[in-house]
Design a protein around this ligand. Structure first.
Ligand SMILES: [Zn+2]
Length: 364
């Protein structure tokens, strides 16, 4: 195990050797079961342990109070927090190598009932995705690369919750960070730590608010400014103004289509059409579409309405291979609109439907 940010020495203090072993065992066990989070809740006599696996919190054997305290203390050291501070909110991060892959971990210490400490641990199953990992179409990739090389203005990524907006955002940042740019982010919270980028965590107790973070950020003279997610009018105005004053701005926004990105900015956040036209350079919208399991895939007899008569349809009823879900893997679909051109999400889904790669119900 190592902490890439601080490279601190994790050799165990006397008497706490077991705590490191406890932590390692806990993390490895969670990673092996594909958990996304670990919840540790300090109770009067024990530490409750739960894993979130495929969205559901699953109870694990609890730890004794003594072992629980040792574990929480070790988490603070490992995550780069202050182990002497007790009963206050702290955030930290680290990474471990498990099954040959370096995985990032984010820790949040909070205080629960009876001043007992709790910890929420977010586990990232994969390392940071690169632009290549996203498997974008050649056209989309070209547009993104061109903006990274010498783009201007606002690059906005929209899509529903859980469609991988943040992964796309970080893969673009990761590429930008290799260039000669000063990059600063305003995030709530910081999802992943990136080398060579100044990341400001805004919101949450004990941290600067959005406007305060922004003032500090502008003093740092950034070339590229990243706003994790535009959630309100203030963030929207900031993104537009920064783009209009010659900065490159990257941000995400909750919106179902590339077009609705603009509608959201105008309708929900009151951005006027003229500023929007001048600032918004690229709007991207994405979805993760489940792919049909090829083992149990078969032709569909029924013809869904609204499609041409000669088009074949497929369905996958489910088999042991796909865990009886009928789906196997997901494909990222991206719709990208430059100021002029556009490659429609619907057209891409239609192509995949014709190739028999996705279910027609997932294509709309
Ligand atoms: Zn199957």
């Amino acid at each position: 195990m190592k902490n890439p940010e601080t490279k601190r020495d994790l050799s165990c203090e006397k008497g706490e050797g077991d705590a490191m072993e406890l932590l390692q065992h806990l993390l490895e066990s969670a990673f092996s079961r594909e958990a996304s989070d670990i919840h540790l809740d300090g109770w009067e006599d024990r530490l409750r342990v739960r894993f979130r696996i495929h969205g559901i919190l699953i109870e694990q054997p609890p730890l004794s109070r003594r072992n629980g305290d040792l574990l929480l203390r070790r988490i603070k050291v490992f995550g780069g927090m202050d182990p002497r501070r007790f009963g206050c909110i702290q955030d930290g991060s680290a990474s471990i190598k498990y099954a040959g892959i370096v995985r990032d971990i984010r820790f949040a210490i909070t205080v629960g009932v009876g001043h007992r400490e709790c910890a929420a641990i977010r586990l990232f199953q994969s390392g940071l995705q690169t632009l290549e990992d996203l498997d974008l179409s050649a056209e989309t990739r070209g547009v993104v690369e061109a903006w990274i090389q010498n783009g201007i203005g606002l690059f906005l990524i929209g899509g529903p919750t859980g469609c991988g907006k943040t992964s796309t955002l970080y893969s673009i940042l990761h590429r930008l960070a290799q260039g000669p740019y000063s990059i600063v982010t305003l995030e709530n919270p910081v999802e992943r730590r990136l080398e060579g980028i100044r990341q400001i965590d805004v919101g949450g107790p004990g941290r600067p608010g959005f406007s305060e973070g922004l003032r500090s950020l502008m003093r740092q003279d950034p070339d590229v400014l990243m706003i994790g997610e535009i959630r309100d009018a203030e963030a929207a105005r900031t993104a537009i103004d920064a783009a209009l004053s010659g900065h490159r701005v990257l941000a995400t926004i909750h919106a179902p289509h590339a077009l609705s990105v603009e509608e959201r900015l105008r309708g929900s956040f009151g951005i006027d059409a003229q500023s929007l036209r001048a600032a918004l350079e690229i709007s991207m919208s994405q979805r993760l579409v489940p792919l049909l399991c090829r083992t149990c895939r078969r032709a569909l007899r029924m013809r869904p309405v609204g499609y041409p008569g000669d088009m074949p349809f497929f369905e996958s009823p489910g088999c042991a291979e796909c865990g009886y879900t009928g789906r196997m893997g997901r494909k990222l679909l991206v719709e990208i609109r430059e100021k002029e051109n556009g490659l429609s999400l619907r057209a891409q889904a239609h192509e995949m439907l014709k190739e028999g790669r996705i279910d027609y119900r997932d294509a709309v």
